[in-house]
Design a protein around this ligand. Sequence first.
Ligand code: SDX
Length: 392
Amino acid sequence: QSDAFTYDPGFTSTASCESKITFIDGDQGVLLHRGYPIDQLASQSSFLETCYLLLHGELPTAAEYETFENTITRHTMLHAQFDRFFDGFRRDAHPMAVMTGAVGALSAFYHDSLDIHDAQQREISAHRLIAKMPTIAARAFKYSVGQPFVHPKNNLSYAENFLRMCFAVPAEDYVVDPALVRAMDRIFILHADHEQNASTSTVRLAGSSGANPFACIAAGIACLWGPSHGGANEEALNMLREIGTPEKIPEFIAGVKDRRYKLMGFGHRVYKNYDPRAKVMQTSAYEVLAATGRENDPLFQVAKELEAVALKDEFFIERKLFPNVDFYSGITLSAMGFPTTMFTVLFALARTVGWIAQWKEMIEDPGQKIGRPRQLYTGATQRDFVPLSQRG
Ligand code: SDX
């Protein structure tokens, strides 16, 4: 049993909630999930093991893991009627628009059989969401490229099942490099949970009213889409493409200092040191580029050079701006064959377990009440109404 400890932030806490799931020390660049460092989970566990840990607080035994993996695998199918839901979107709809709509629509299939105060039904909701997100995400991708949907297969691992649903086509057998499966699984681990970030706080606030978890996760997806949050991985790759070559870096840095651009994939509300996920993501980028024959990907050279220049520049040093999880993820996902529009979809797929674990923790808190943030009112003081006829 892990020794629970209460971290004294050293200031009068303005914390929005108490949680036992994830701990971040932004100054030291530390990220723990239920006490386990992110780099150890990324290098030694699987995404489904990390899912079990986030949901239940302890790493699973072999028997617990086998049961959990079987349950998730057998919930990956979508209701046949769900196919028609996708047809309502324009082909060029951003996959995040499809994800927001499709996951919200899941509540139409399950909400009336769901008592969120029943522990077993909460568990089933968590399993359904973790299991079905890859199928929905893959369909959002297939729909956007006009290819037929590929159904999940129960004899594949979570990550391989997802890659196959995205990239298999009826005309040929699908073969994937195990290095890419491992990289996909690791990328899911890196994005699984991150304390009370904007989208997790959105899920908690929506859930605090008693809304069903599918609708709450859809709210989290909508929030994650923003370019300052989960949308940054798409923007970071677009930024690297815009810069194009290392020679253009000084001009870009000058633009950042003039406030004309942000260095996407840099900076963080909490980390004022290197985001520990960014280090693991950079290693994954090397491995995926090597596995796909792109060791000399010019954008990776630009990214490494840009990072080296920024880390030595006073503007970034005095503002404590370091690479975050989004800086290298775009290059990695692009090398795996994903278009930029799918990057935040993958983030949402992985973050679903964090959102649902935090939602569960909140619902299971006996003292839980509806969230009701207050404000500092700076508007007009009380005054009497003036009829239109007297307002000139
Ligand atoms: C994620 O919360 C989470 O945990 C989120 C996340 C998760 O896992 O859920 O970690 C995922 O969202 C990572 C962040 C992804 N976003 C980006 O990479 C977009 C680029 N980064 C920024 O927009 C920015 O860094 C934020 C939004 C992430 C944080 O913004 P803040 O809170 O304003 O940062 P700050 O207070 O530390 O800024 C200090 C200064 C400011 O300049 P001054 O007004 O003091 O002159 O640094 C500047 C900021 O304008 N600044 C940047 C910058 N980030 C902050 N300047 C240029 N480029 C940047 N990226």
